[in-house]
Design a protein around this ligand. Structure first.
Ligand code: ADP
Ligand code: MG
Length: 601
């Protein structure tokens, strides 16, 4: 093929790919334009996750009639003049690419009027070509409607995820701008239904309550801008909210960072936030944080990427330590005072021992729901202690007593001796010592029960005594709606109850006795970590999450009877040696091994 210059439209479509990756990118650019136009009221409407339609309306300054076409030209902007202006960016946009890019890959209608002009203009563009233009009476401000995104770039269209996923990205985008601009009223509508609204009170906390729900918000610690410490770069300010250490999450995606009103991705700063919790969070857990970092515009380069999602700092170390210190001060200032230290007798106690000891003393005397940890009826317990060289397998032949048919044994009969660290059960078997991970073992038991119930198509739902409601953060609410059907198949009965609230009327029988809302919250949080594509079917994955939520936790003190029940049930699991995630449930130290260790052989 001979070398030739690409036609204008093709070049524009290629360039658009950098700015418009998915419907949420369109929302981002249009909302940024509205904010740059000084709007105090921004309304976002979406249909079919933005594939069908995205409409962003604002009450900002509008575009003067004579410049409407120009706004769609490539590199057309009213925000900078010279390259030096890039050093002092006070606006969200500056590249003059967004409208041009969006118009190249969709059908756009823009209606606008400047305050001091009597009439407004409406222009319709398809695939970058102006199809019509007319004057009309309209409210001051701008409304941009984007229809049939990627209609002329099928390759792009193919990569779009389902409507629910795109909807989730859009919701997250709008929420982020609402957080960064609490003085602006935002509303978001999906398929004509209002899903999010803020009132422009100027208070970050008001928006955060909307986003997280009042319940979770109560566990957030405010970070107030601090007086700069000696040697600090005084110009870097940090404020926002971060979660109390007990409110933590399994990944970093709940840390949201803003620099000068712009959401940014920066793994180093996310690390600074986590670091600030040093020793306060369990390993592999992360806080929820919303941080607003402000600094003079010349300290930060926002022109790193066409989507403006990454920035470069002139002094990254100063930003890192400012963030870390702000979060640390807030968290340490609020964290509960450390428990009274035990007198030191030269022993080192395992962590949390004192507290566990208290609970141990009370275990069994307190009523506490421990679902499905009742002893099975009248099971013979033939094994009472180590009997020399008895073969494990010999015991599987022991006939079972009357009552319901028991599944065949897959482990020898074990005698429970006690619990270590409120995490492991110590048991004795015919061939030595067994250490059982109580959580992993219980997960295995529940998983097999759930699979059996599913196979038998037994009704596995259990009505909750009182319908309980749960208020979820916006992103979790969307995820719940996406997985509603699967959850129903597993025995949940959940109905949307307006906004981010759901009513739980039944839970899988496995979860009976648990707080339904708490269990559901754990499952959703787990789901947020994302499915392993290609691994198990979605239903099985959700089943795993249900079992994880229902199982006794590490750190939970169990009574003797509870431990016995757990071990009895594990003995009859089909695959007792691993939990459903593949971790071992038990460690066996043989009588021989013990004898060797003690030099008896
Ligand atoms: P940029 O935002 O980088 O300048 P855009 O392509 O997004 O580039 O927009 C081009 C120009 O159109 C902007 O500089 C601005 O002058 C004008 N404009 C776009 N959207 C709006 C709006 N909602 N209200 C007022 N002016 C707008
Ligand atoms: Mg713009």
């Amino acid at each position: 093929m001979a070398i030739h210059i690409l036609p204008e439209t093709v070049a524009a479509q290629i360039a658009a790919g950098e700015v418009v990756e998915r419907p949420a990118s369109v929302v981002k650019e249009l909302v940024e334009n509205a904010l740059d136009a000084g709007a105090t009221d921004i309304r976002v409407e979406v249909q079919e996750g933005g594939r069908r339609l995205i409409r962003v309306g604002d009450n900002g300054c509008g575009i003067t009639a004579s410049e409407v076409e120009l706004a769609f030209a490539r590199h057309a902007t009213s925000k900078i003049q010279t390259i030096d202006d890039l050093n002092y960016i006070h606006t969200l946009g500056f590249r003059g690419e967004a409208l041009h890019s969006i118009a190249a890959v969709s059908r756009v209608t823009l209606t606008t009027r400047q305050q001091n002009e009597p009439l407004g203009v409406q222009i319709h563009i398809e695939g970058g070509e102006v199809k019509s233009r007319r004057q009309l009476g309209t409210a001051a401000g701008t409304v941009v409607t984007v229809e049939d995104l990627f209609y002329n770039t099928p390759a792009r269209l193919k990569f779009l995820k389902g409507a629910t996923t795109e909807r989730r990205h859009i919701s997250a985008m709008v929420t982020n701008y609402a957080l960064a601009y609490p003085a602006v009223r935002f509303s978001l509508h999906h398929e004509g239904r209002e899903v999010f609204r803020t009132y422009g009170t100027g208070q970050l906390s008001d928006v955060l309550v909307k986003m997280l729900g009042a319940e979770l918000f109560r566990d957030m610690i405010e970070i107030t801008p601090q007086q700069p410490a000696h040697g600090d770069q005084p110009s870097i300010r940090v404020h926002g909210y971060t979660s109390a250490p007990h409110q933590n999450r399994a990944n970093r995606s709940h840390i949201t960072l803003f620099v000068n009103g712009r959401v940014i991705q920066d793994s180093s700063l996310a690390y600074a936030v986590t670091q600030a919790y040093h020793t306060l969070l369990p390993r592999g857990r992360y806080p929820i944080a919303i941080l607003m970092i402000t600094m003079p515009p010349e300290e930060v380069d926002v022109n790193v990427h066409p989507a403006k999602a990454e920035v470069r700092f002139r002094n990254p170390d100063a930003v890192f330590s400012a963030v870390q210190r702000a979060v640390r001060n807030a968290v340490v200032g609020q964290a509960p005072s450390p428990a009274v230290r035990l007198p030191d007798f030269g022993h080192s106690y395992t962590p949390g021992w004192q507290d566990r000891r208290e609970r141990l003393l009370q275990a069994g005397t307190q009523h506490r729901p421990a679902p499905r940890l009742e002893l099975e009826a009248a099971e013979e317990r033939p094994f009472q202690g180590i009997r020399g060289e008895l073969d494990d397998n010999a015991l599987t032949a022991i006939p079972e007593g009357p009552g319901r048919p028991l599944k065949p044994r897959t482990l020898p009969v074990l005698r429970v001796l006690g619990q270590i660290g409120a995490t492991y059960i110590v048991a004795e078997g015919p061939a030595g010592l067994y250490l059982i991970d109580q959580h992993a073992a219980h997960e295995r038991i529940l998983f097999e029960q759930l699979m059996a119930e599913r196979a038998a198509q037994k009704p596995i739902a259990q009505q909750t005594l009182e319908a309980s409601t749960i208020e979820l953060p916006m992103s979790s609410a969307a995820l719940l709606e996406e997985n509603l059907e699967t959850l129903v198949r597993l025995g949940f009965d959940i109905e949307p109850f307006g906004g981010q609230t759901f009513r739980i009327r039944a839970v899988p029988a496995l979860l009976a006795g648990r707080n339904p809302a708490e269990a559901l919250r754990t499952i959703i949080e787990d789901l947020e970590l994302g499915a392993d594509p290609g691994k198990a079917a979605l239903e099985e994955q959700v089943s795993l999450h249900v079992c994880k939520a229902a199982a006794v936790k590490a750190g939970q003190v169990l009574s003797m009877a509870e431990m016995q029940a757990l071990v009895q049930q594990l003995e009859r699991c089909e695959t007792p040696h691993t939990c459903p995630h593949g971790r071992p449930t038990l460690i066996h130290i043989s009588a021989d091994q013990l004898a060797r260790e003690f030099g008896r052989t």
